[in-house]
Design a protein around this ligand. Structure first.
Ligand code: FES
Length: 87
């Protein structure tokens, strides 16, 4: 079982599952949900190696392992800690 952490909140995510729903519960804003708009940019403070590889959509937006699109990323195992621009 993996998890997405933000401040004092921890949302469990099954290994291999997208982090999108957990990030949405944590307040990350979403737009297109398909890797096109860039609204869901998050910073991975800890655990970047627990995520799947960057998608072509993320690479086209100059994302890197520490800066991901929450709509494109799955957790492999264990937990990640994120931050994002709160609106
Ligand atoms: S919601 Fe548009 S890129 Fe993720």
């Amino acid at each position: 079982m993996g998890a997405v952490k933000f401040k004092d909140t921890v949302i469990p995510v099954e290994d291999g599952e997208p982090i999108r729903d957990a990030c949405e519960q944590l307040g990350v804003p979403f737009g297109c949900r398909s890797g096109l708009c860039g609204t869901c940019m998050i910073t991975i403070e800890e655990g970047e190696n627990n995520l799947t590889e960057l998608t072509p959509e993320e690479e086209s937006m100059d994302r890197d392992r520490k800066h991901r699109l929450a709509c494109q990323t799955q957790i492999r195992q264990n937990s990640i800690t994120i931050t994002f621009d709160e609106v």
